[in-house]
Design a binder for this molecule. Sequence first.
Ligand SMILES: Nc1ncnc2c1ncn2[C@@H]1O[C@H](COP(=O)(O)OP(=O)(O)OP(=O)(O)O)[C@@H](O)[C@H]1O
Length: 242
Amino acid sequence: MVHTAPLLECRAVSARYGGITVCRDVSLSVARGEIVALLGPNGAGKTSLLGAVSGIVRGGGDMVLDGTEMGRLPADRRAHLGLRLVPEGRGLFPELSVRENLRLGSRLAPAARRQELIDRAIELFPILGDRLEQQAGNMSGGEQQMLAVGKAIAGAPSLLMLDEPTQGLAPSVFDVLRQALLALRDDGLGIVLVEQRHAFAQSVADRTAVLVSGTLVHQGEPGETIARDELMRIYTGAGVAA
Ligand SMILES: Nc1ncnc2c1ncn2[C@@H]1O[C@H](COP(=O)(O)OP(=O)(O)OP(=O)(O)O)[C@@H](O)[C@H]1O
């Protein structure tokens, strides 16, 4: 279900570390109720691009979230506008309990909605409800990833950006994550999914964007998936060994 109004619109976005620009001239939009898979080989700049959009990596360009230009805003202001990044390291407080992590996540939401959003996270990941008093750092990788997404959801995001959520996880977790992402999309969230696992990305994506050497070299049409050999052709055509 893709709504028409764009939620995120990025134009000519760059990301840089010191004097080194690692992403340039990236234009990407995400609609409400849409999952965009951002694929690319190692080192292409996917994490850096998510960082530039969320405000934790220096960058430039126009970035409009829900009608508000946020390109010059610090990361915390962007989070208050509804942008949430679930980073590769998951961003949990490992010494705190599941309940405490969810509560901390919910502090970005209006007070009246916090419990409802925590309940939604538990509905999507029932294991979290069984483990509310457990220390986050003592849970399995899959459970920690569910908590990381749950913590983000508890903060009432409009745009969720996930950096390689399946990395290092057992395949048994993939389906839980897949169903949760599809449900969140149907709730109307916009989702950017960075994934190395091509099959997982294509099983949830409404659209695919491919980043190579810091530049978007391909953007698929809505509803179009990209076959693995087609992806390899894009990499090769862009000068990257497939
Ligand atoms: N903190 C940093 N300081 C300097 N350069 C960095 C930093 N982080 C990443 N880079 C460089 O930026 C480029 C893009 O890296 P990035 O991690 O964004 O790519 P990626 O597509 O997410 O790769 P991967 O799939 O391996 O995570 C690489 O050349 C990398 O070495």
